[in-house]
Design a protein around this ligand. Structure first.
Ligand code: MN
Length: 226
């Protein structure tokens, strides 16, 4: 197909460790409130289960790129997250089969316009402008992976100062549970990315900040806010 009335949008892609071939991004799902300590710092009720929201595929900011400070916010926040890269699609995927659908993992940051999100919460409005804005999804290279999901340390620093330091194993929904839950709501397909939620310690970023994040065994990312 090359017969379009306007230029076709470029495909968003993410590098993959150990190969020149890239991972094509179909869409980005995100989990909210998947760590108890973060749910508390956001004022959430301890009984509320995690939930999903989305970002557009072309929100990815890949290694070597800067993140642009977005318009219409004065409270941009970092949220360090393990990212699942789906390699095999499905609907109603059983928890016990979920790992078979995963191509690999990456380290990601769910950038958030916290002031717009708080206003949306107050008014019962959607989160799109607070979460799904342009260049809101920095991500590392994807590490191909088989076997049990990562469980290790997850950290984020701003200008060398540690802001988030937690353990992926503390997620409320585990990686297999996230894949299973997502596949009840959407038909998952190769190319889907799932940001799995952030631990406690989220906070503001300003122009000029250098953000570095690492997930034990998975990888690291670094970007500047310009
Ligand atoms: Mn998040």
């Amino acid at each position: 197909m090359s017969n379009f009335v306007i230029p076709a949008p470029p495909l968003a892609t993410v590098p993959v460790e150990g190969t020149a071939a890239r991972f094509p991004v179909r869409r980005i799902l995100c989990v909210g409130r998947n760590y108890a300590a973060h749910r508390r710092e956001m004022g959430g009720d301890d009984r509320d289960p995690p939930f999903f929201f989305t970002k557009p595929a072309d929100a990815v900011v890949t290694p070597g790129e800067d993140a642009a400070y977005p318009t219409l916010t004065s409270n941009l926040h970092h949220e360090m997250e393990l990212v699942v890269a789906i390699g095999k699609g499905g609907t109603n995927i059983p928890v016990g089969e979920a790992l078979d659908h995963i191509f690999g993992y990456a380290a990601g940051v769910d950038l958030t316009r916290r002031d717009i999100q708080n206003a949306a919460k107050d008014k019962g409005q959607p989160w799109d402008a607070s979460k799904g804005f342009d260049r809101s999804a920095p991500i590392s290279a994807i590490r191909p992976w088989t076997g049990p999901a990562p469980q290790g340390r997850i950290t984020l620093s701003v200008n060398g100062q540690v802001k988030q330091d937690a353990t992926v194993a503390d997620m409320i929904w585990s990686v297999p549970e996230i894949v299973a839950e997502a596949s009840k709501l959407w038909a998952l397909a190769p190319g889907d990315l799932i940001y799995t939620g952030t631990p406690e310690g989220v906070g503001p970023l300003v122009r000029g900040d250098t953000v570095t994040g690492e997930i034990e065994g998975v990888g690291s990312l670094s970007f500047k806010v310009v």
